[in-house]
Design a protein around this ligand. Structure first.
Ligand code: NAD
Length: 381
């Protein structure tokens, strides 16, 4: 089979969907890998390194999209590329499937199949393919480094000849993959870390990493979880949670926001009034900013100062650690390709528990109208 790796064209995207390591791995399985010249450059992977492990290099214009069996990407390719896919071709990437009616129409036009890695199930068998986890991990790590670099204080406790410096106080909202890595990173820097989540099950994980868990408000309609994800909280629950967090915020030096509910706007956990209670010099990094933000006033890709508090709208952090982000992303994709690869093509079995949820278009038919058609969006909670 012929696999195509395009150079990513989305603004700010520096990752690539295959590295020399995964090209070697897939070539050994009998695949032909065609890599666009310069595809890995922003992530530190050179054309010569791809060529050395058996990739064929092509120039953007000269690409034969029509003959590709699969296109492996990070973000969705350009419309003109999609228009040239052959019938039955497979597209794999972070395809932003929620409400993606245009993309689905283009794919169905070509009778192409697409796997949206956002929809991969969080089951043990799919762990090696779990792009959301590998990338969220990087985002959680980098968010703490950004906050530490912007902070007007030390993070660790220091005993110096000029006296003792108290450690910074860190508040993390959401203890999923990103939040737990943020906790671990902040602890490595020596911070005292408090963590809030609505899923009581994460308390143990937080404590095992040296964090202090803030128990969720004890309301009857507590959102709890479904399939390991948080359900959407009611407005009453969020109001109780905000009240609880207001005191924490007033003491915090660094706040890392990672709270998400799949397919829904991010819960708004920090209001304008709560920001007013924070000390000047404190820093908020909002990883949920692209989903509407956990914090009032954060803007995707921008840093704004509000009454001395720095609000960092941290969109696309994995792309700012492009070498390791690509290394992990490419391994996740290689594991998925190996899972579906058969002698003369791909076996895309919609009954396969790994593919069932994430094969969102197949041979001209959209299989996940529930998430693609915004009108059909059903509440998760
Ligand atoms: P996510 O990105 O959807 O959400 C991040 C966190 O925000 C979650 O912990 C969620 O509970 C929390 N949250 C939602 N609303 C909140 C609120 N109002 N206040 C505070 N926190 C709130 O989650 P994720 O990082 O993708 O992880 C989801 C789960 O999947 C985790 O339990 C994780 O351990 C699990 N997981 C399992 C596997 C596997 O078994 N293969 C792989 C990866 C992750």
């Amino acid at each position: 089979v012929k696999l195509l790796i395009p150079r990513e064209t989305a603004p700010g995207e520096r990752r690539v969907a295959a590295t020399p390591e995964t090209v070697r791995r897939l070539v050994a399985k009998g695949a032909t890998l065609q890599v666009e010249r310069g595809a890995g450059q922003a992530a530190g992977f050179l054309d010569a390194d791809y060529a050395a492990v058996g990739a064929e290099l092509w120039d953007g214009e000269a690409c034969d999209w029509e003959t590709a069996d699969a296109v492996l990407c990070v973000q969705p390719p350009r419309a003109e590329v999609l228009a040239r896919l052959q019938a039955g071709a497979l597209l794999v990437g972070l395809l932003a499937p929620y409400g993606a009616t245009d993309l689905v129409e283009r794919l169905n036009d070509r009778r192409a199949s697409a796997i949206a890695l956002e929809l991969l199930p969080r089951i043990t068998r799919a762990q090696s393919m779990d792009v959301l986890s590998s990338q969220a991990n990087i985002a959680g790590y980098k968010a703490v480094l950004l906050a530490a670099a912007a902070l007007d204080r030390y993070v660790p406790m220091l005993m110096t000849a000029a006296g003792t410096i108290q450690p910074s106080r860190v508040l993390i909202l959401g203890a999923g993959v990103a939040g737990l890595q943020a906790l671990a990173t902040a602890r490595r820097l020596g911070g005292v870390v408090y963590v809030s989540d609505v899923r009581p099950a994460v308390k143990e994980q937080v404590e095992s990493l040296g964090g202090r868990f803030i128990d969720p408000p004890q309301l009857e309609e507590a959102p709890a979880e479904v399939g390991g994800y948080a359900r959407q909280a009611s407005e009453a629950f969020l109001a109780a949670q905000r009240q609880q967090l207001a005191d924490q915020l007033a003491l915090a030096d660094m706040v890392i926001c990672t709270a998400l509910v799949p397919g829904r706007p991010a819960p708004r956990l920090i209001s304008e009034a709560m920001l007013d209670g924070m000390r000047p010099g404190a820093v908020v990094v909002d990883l949920a900013v692209a989903q509407g933000g956990n914090c009032f006033g954060t803007i995707p890709g921008a840093t704004v100062e509000r009454r001395g508090v720095l609000l960092i709208g941290a969109d696309g952090l994995p792309s700012t650690v492009p070498n390791h982000a690509s290394a992990l992303y490419a391994r996740n994709i290689a594991a998925l390709i190996e899972h579906v690869l058969v002698e003369d093509g791909f076996r895309l079995d919609p009954e396969d528990p790994i593919l069932d949820g994430c094969l969102f278009t197949h041979a001209g038919v959209c299989r996940r109208d529930d998430i693609v058609q915004p009108a059909g969006l059903s509440p998760i909670g």
